[in-house]
Design a protein around this ligand. Structure first.
Ligand code: ADP
Length: 466
């Protein structure tokens, strides 16, 4: 059985010639003929569901060595034992990926991975069937599970690589063996376990270290920390960014509508006009990364132009939602870290017209380790300096944010801390006037989509303005 060899396991029971219909690590989704993979998660251990998977008709199971299972009376069931089921899953995906000639692009960075992946996919899909990871399934489970969906019909694949500890990107790169690999940026995110920004840069540049020598490496040339860390590798890079000197640049950037940016994509002697149906200068950078990937994979430039024009945006990532009463809601509630806040606050400010004010609704930014207190003070100060009229906060760092905002000159009665989503929503509604821009951002666990939903319910969407 090739699987047993690929995962360096032992077939401890069953017929070596068995074939599986599909692979599954969630016992609830197991169908007859499937191979069930017992993974240990934070809350559940898949080994507790092996019997259930077999009852549902699984033809085989992959378990940790030492795990005992009574299937003596079921000779048709294959039991494969491995040292570590997570490691084995990666090994299987690595083997499966190498059975396919698909051109694969990998994307990592502190912020923008999902957006850049979706933009890249819309370009690649113009010419070829493309596999992409769903949502943000970018870890040591999501990435291998995505790769196991590869089949002969896929000519392109684009996958994100996320991490919260050293060594994770290296392992993901070994599994995925990218033909093209992009690092979007290095910022204050997932500091727990990585220490500081240099720790983040070291972890992200594992993508360079582990990519094959033939792979094209794409870097954000405007990111000084990233470029400093990358310079220790003796290889050529393709760079993107706004500044002169980058291989792929955005020039003549203009905001054309509430949900639209236009710019010229410049590469060598070529220039192509790009219309991006989304807002935020950070999204121009994500589009540049997507275009750079496409160019490295020799996609025709017209597919880049057409693909980016049809990009649909991603829920909770700087979505501009016009509300009744000429209020604009920027739903950036998917996630928050200091780096993304800095980038998107600038983009949000640009959306405020001369009669309007900026209202910021911020939630805790998590996973910052020892930097959490100073990062929240800094966030308060940054928001105050941006000229925001109101700062609403919910989370454990209210006092830190307030301290930072007041020290940067914001009157204390303009910083309002709420205990619940409902209270926060009501507080924002009370202070909002016509022409205001409400910018909402918080870490995933803060569930700020409840606030954006509440605001949408109150003000109602104004479709006429879109
Ligand atoms: P990730 O997958 O890396 O978490 P997403 O594409 O899901 O990134 O975007 C999450 C948030 O990160 C967005 O809502 C936005 O606030 C911010 N963001 C997106 N792209 C960038 C970028 N290029 N630079 C800085 N911040 C960004």
């Amino acid at each position: 059985m090739e699987i047993v060899k690929a995962v360096q396991g032992n077939l401890v029971h069953g017929n070596p010639r068995v074939c599986f219909a599909a692979f599954n690590s969630d016992s609830r989704g197991v169908h007859p003929g499937d191979l069930f993979w017992a993974l240990k998660g934070e809350r559940f251990d898949g080994h507790d569901f092996v019997s259930q998977a077999i009852r549902q008709g699984a033809s085989g199971v992959v378990v940790q060595k030492g795990y005992t299972i009574s299937v003596e009376d079921r000779p048709e069931i294959a039991v494969i034992a491995v040292d570590n089921t997570l490691r084995a899953l990666g090994d299987l995906a690595a083997w499966w990926r190498r059975q396919h000639t698909v051109k694969l692009a990998a994307i990592t960075g502190s912020s923008g991975k999902t957006t850049a992946k979706e933009m890249t996919a819309t370009i690649l899909e113009m010419g070829n069937k493309t596999l992409k990871n769903p949502g943000n399934h970018n870890n040591l489970i999501g990435l291998p599970v995505t790769l196991l969906k590869l089949d002969e019909s896929h000519k392109r694949a684009v996958i994100e690589m996320g991490m919260n500890h050293k060594g994770e990107i290296a392992r993901l790169t070994q599994i995925a063996d990218p033909d093209t690999a992009a690092i979007l940026n290095v910022g204050m995110a997932h500091l727990e376990g990585l220490g500081d920004i240099d720790g983040v840069a070291e972890a992200k540049t594992e993508l360079i270290a582990q990519s094959s020598p033939d792979a094209k490496i794409i870097l954000n040339g405007d990111d000084a920390v990233l470029m400093r860390h990358a310079s220790q590798f003796d290889r050529e890079f393709v760079t993107f960014g706004m500044k002169k000197g980058n291989d792929i640049r955005a020039v003549h950037i203009e905001t054309v509508a509430l949900n639209g940016i236009r710019f010229d994509l410049s590469c060598g002697d070529d220039t192509w006009p790009i219309q991006l149906p989304t807002s935020g200068i950070h999204n121009v950078k994500n589009a540049l990364a997507a275009a750079a990937i496409a160019l490295c994979l020799n996609e025709p430039a017209e597919n880049i132009v057409k693909g980016l024009r049809t990009f649909k945006g991603v829920k909770g990532r700087f979505q501009c939602i016009p509300l009744e009463g000429d209020v604009l809601l920027i739903d950036d509630t998917y996630n928050a870290n200091p780096f993304a806040l800095e980038a998107t606050l600038l983009s949000a400010l640009k959306m405020v017209n001369k009669d309007g004010r900026l209202i910021v609704g911020l939630g805790d930014m998590l996973e910052l380790g020892e930097a959490a207190v100073s990062a929240h003070q800094e966030a308060g100060s940054r928001i105050a300096k941006s000229g925001a009229s109101w700062l609403f906060f919910m989370g454990t760092h209210g006092e830190n944010v307030k301290k930072g905002a007041i020290s940067a000159g914001m009157p204390s009665n303009q910083v309002i801390i709420s205990e619940t989503h409902d209270e926060l929503t009501t507080n924002i509604i009370q202070k909002t006037r016509s022409n205001d821009v409400i910018f909402l951002k918080g870490s995933r666990k803060m569930q700020f989509e409840k606030v954006s939903d509440g605001l949408e319910m109150h003000f109602k969407r104004s479709f006429a303005k879109e």
